[in-house]
Design a protein around this ligand. Structure first.
Ligand code: C2E
Ligand code: MG
Ligand code: MG
Length: 350
């Protein structure tokens, strides 16, 4: 449009386009409503403003508009480029040969809340890139999954984690997060069991953490792999329960050994009495099913007291222990807890 030279006029033209698209359409006596999103950019006649650049900028504005909800107009601003640039940088670095050499693993203890004993150390991926510095797994794992690079990455991470776990006391397990792609890969269970055998780590020293999203991807295949691992003695843990679309149906279809209660569910228990009742109900649900409950994100003594009083089986969080490199796990076998907390509903038994 040559008559829209500033953001205000562009926005008003965009709004008129959306209003036109928005008008109900009648087809065979039924009214249909259509919504749209509109992204625009204002170009200048400079050599770097090629048609493809203009389209790419307008596209970024379109993503922004979609994020604002349907029927929105967004005009390109340079700040919208930052996430795209970052994403491209991560993609390029992930695809680089020998990228795996920049991966390392830190471990965070999972603590039994009755005794303070360490039940397991959870392996958490870390990546230090020469240009970007430390990139967190919540950022690079989803991208590696989309680029189909996750198998290669996780294979390396698992090797590192298993090698470390071999030197721990035999009652401390290794907890490892599986990605959706691994869980839904044909024959994954057999490959993993073979890896354990080769490394000399007993199958009952491993627990795998899976999320509901991973189960959703291909439930039948996931079930086969979970079954294969479980049969061989690997513990199966449902991670991040209560985040996103918690589906109670999975609890009936699959037998979990532990359920990790998502950090948001746990911390919300501090904020309101409804939050507390919800956490209490979920812990009760785990108890009824005979599954251990593990509270994530215990960040304060107050929260530790709360989850202990609600009868949660185990806990993990910065207050108990931060994720640390393997050599700093040292000889910790016990974490000191708080005293004088009688778990809810266990008064009679005490
Ligand atoms: P997750 O499995 O739920 O791991 C727990 C996350 O919570 C970790 O983040 C941990 O550092 C963080 N955390 C622990 N205690 C606290 C606390 O008290 N407060 C708060 N705010 N956070 C706490 P991290 O290391 O950034 O990992 C994020 C996610 O990335 C993990 O969530 C897991 O889903 C995924 N991930 C990490 N390592 C791997 C891996 O090797 N493979 C796969 N497939 N996914 C991984
Ligand atoms: Mg986990
Ligand atoms: Mg989790």
């Amino acid at each position: 449009m040559t008559d829209a030279s500033n953001a205000v006029s562009a926005r008003s033209i965009g709004a008129r386009i959306l209003a036109a698209v928005n008008r109900p359409v009648t087809i065979a006596d039924r009214a249909f409503e259509v919504s749209a999103s509109c992204g625009m950019t204002i170009g200048s006649r400079t050599p770097d403003m090629t048609p493809s650049r203009i389209m790419a900028d307008a596209d970024l504005a379109l993503y922004q508009a979609k994020e604002e909800g349907s029927n929105s107009v967004a005009i390109f601003e340079p700040r919208m480029e930052a996430p795209r640039r970052r994403r491209l940088q991560i993609e390029r670095a992930l695809r680089a040969p020998q990228m795996e050499d920049a991966l390392h693993v830190v471990f965070q203890p999972i603590v039994d809340l009755a005794s303070g004993r360490i039940l397991a150390h959870e392996a958490l991926a870390r990546w230090t890139d020469p240009d970007m510095g430390e990139v967190m797994p919540s950022e690079f794992i989803p991208i590696a999954e989309q680029l189909n690079l996750i198998q290669r990455l996780n294979d390396r991470l698992m090797d590192i984690a298993i090698a470390e776990a071999r030197s721990w006391p035999s009652e401390i397990r290794l907890a490892f997060n599986l990605s959706a792609l691994q869980l839904c890969e044909r024959g994954f269970a057999a490959t993993l069991l073979h890896k354990l055998r080769r490394a000399g780590l007993a199958t009952n020293r491993l627990q795998v953490e899976v999320t509901e999203t991973a189960l959703l991807a291909d439930f039948d295949r996931a079930r086969q792999n979970i079954h294969g691992l479980h049969e061989a003695g690997v513990l199966i843990v449902l991670d991040d329960f209560g985040a996103g679309y918690a589906s109670i149906g999975y609890l009936r279809e699959l037998k979990f050994d532990q359920i990790k209660l998502d950090g948001a569910l746990v911390t919300a228990a501090q904020d309101s009495s409804d939050g507390k009742r919800l956490l209490q109900a979920v812990i009760g649900l785990c108890d009824l099913l005979g599954v251990a409950s593990v509270a994530e994100h215990i960040e304060s003594e107050e929260l530790l007291r709360l989850v202990m009083s609600l009868g949660c089986t185990a806990g993990q969080g910065f207050w108990l222990h931060r994720p640390v490199p393997a050599h700093r796990l040292g000889a910790i076998e016990q974490v000191s807890l708080v005293s004088n907390v009688v778990p809810f509903g266990r008064h009679a038994a005490a």
